[in-house]
Design a protein around this ligand. Sequence first.
Ligand SMILES: Cc1cc2nc3c(=O)[nH]c(=O)nc-3n(C[C@H](O)[C@H](O)[C@H](O)COP(=O)(O)OP(=O)(O)OC[C@H]3O[C@@H](n4cnc5c(N)ncnc54)[C@H](O)[C@@H]3O)c2cc1C
Length: 451
Amino acid sequence: MFDYDLFVIGGGSGGVRAARIASAEGGAKVALAEESRMGGTCVIRGCVPKKLMVFASEYPEEVQDARAYGWDAQVGAFDWMQFRGTLDKELDRLEGAYRSTLLNAGVTIYDARAVVVDPHRVRLASGEEFSVKHILIATGGRPFVPEVPGGELAVTSNEMFLLDALPKRALVVGGGYIASEFACILHGLGVKVTMMYRGASILRGFDDEARGLVAAAMGARGIDIQCGVDVARLEQGADGIVAQGTDGKAREVDLVMYATGRKPNSGGMGLEASGVDLGARGQISVDEWSQTAVPSIYAVGDVTDRINLTPVAIREGHAFADTVFRGVPTKADHELVASAVFTQPELGTVGLSEEAAKGNGPIEIFSASFRPMKSLFAGRQDRVLMKLVVDQASQRVLGCHIVGAGAGEMIQLAAIAIKMGASKADFDRTVAVHPTVSEELVTMRKPVRVV
Ligand SMILES: Cc1cc2nc3c(=O)[nH]c(=O)nc-3n(C[C@H](O)[C@H](O)[C@H](O)COP(=O)(O)OP(=O)(O)OC[C@H]3O[C@@H](n4cnc5c(N)ncnc54)[C@H](O)[C@@H]3O)c2cc1C
């Protein structure tokens, strides 16, 4: 009846998972179209290359600290093009791995843009059309740069992995996790960094105490965080790009990076004409099964703008394939999703922030902030934060927020306990691992406040 049982548009985290499971485990005849590189944002221009840049940027501090531990170590020069060469090879390898995973699963790949013609037809850029029983839109999102005079002089996170040289001075516009991470990366690689954010303080939405500590540590390292100010215009000067702020001050830099949010990739795809509902930001409206208003069309990942993280897109894609092709009705679970911000220091978070928990009945806050042994020995002033947000009535742990080296790794484990419904007493009866930073999570006896 149909050319394919499933046609997936977008070869990123959500699309690849859905295609593989539907084909290899659901026995469906599946095709996937990808207009750029297989693997999508996470693999090609997101999580993976970013984390490798984070690793690269951490070495100078580690070498400096090694001196305090007795090593005759020197921070030498950083060779950006050498790093980029290795990075490019690694991304090629990963892209190839994604491609062969799909081919081994029996998925037909089209390296082309695809659009929806009607609820049961898709068209490739070449004009070739297919009849399909189900369509999955997994087209992700893209950086959003607000209209600003001279905006064409700026780059976004997409271009950060393709620079021919590192700038000496950079302006990072935005205050979210991507802006904050890139500010730290560039700073670690030796770039003089200014961050400009129109809001009151960076990392909005994260626990106030945690984000305040991260911002203070970034400032103490030498990142110039300027809040309450935006870019009025950008101009090419003789010695660099001049960013005129809304405060009337000019800042001259070599690179301006905008990280001012992302928009779903839903435009020009024939979605509305086919009956798919789009929200105000262009996000595809779906129900808890990731189904759109058109029964044969589903959508997963960033294009639905639910929780825009790779593991969530993967879960949504998997749940869709289980439901539609494996006869196992599954809803993606969006509760208590842990995440990390790979700033220096890192922030790991799961569940409710103190601010979000307030007003839902009395909340007990357990919080410890101290200078950890390893960096204290090296003479650093960095503080870590271990924080639990606890519902007073049930004693259930509603949220956990960690700032410090390894916070991303720690929060993954804390998230298991919290997802299982752990109470404060469960944390307390867990014996500490000593000497570690995270032992504080099980040794905080009295709340610092009740709100
Ligand atoms: C700089 C950065 C850092 C990030 N860091 C993290 C992190 O540390 N941890 C984390 O969990 N998440 C992180 N994310 C978010 C994560 O990358 C996304 O949530 C995830 O990639 C979403 O997956 P997706 O499948 O929805 O879309 P994507 O991975 O964006 O894939 C969509 C694919 O669809 C293709 N496409 C679009 N339109 C069409 C079309 N019409 N036809 C054919 N193909 C099309 C695109 O080329 C793309 O390859 C980061 C994102 C960025 C930008």
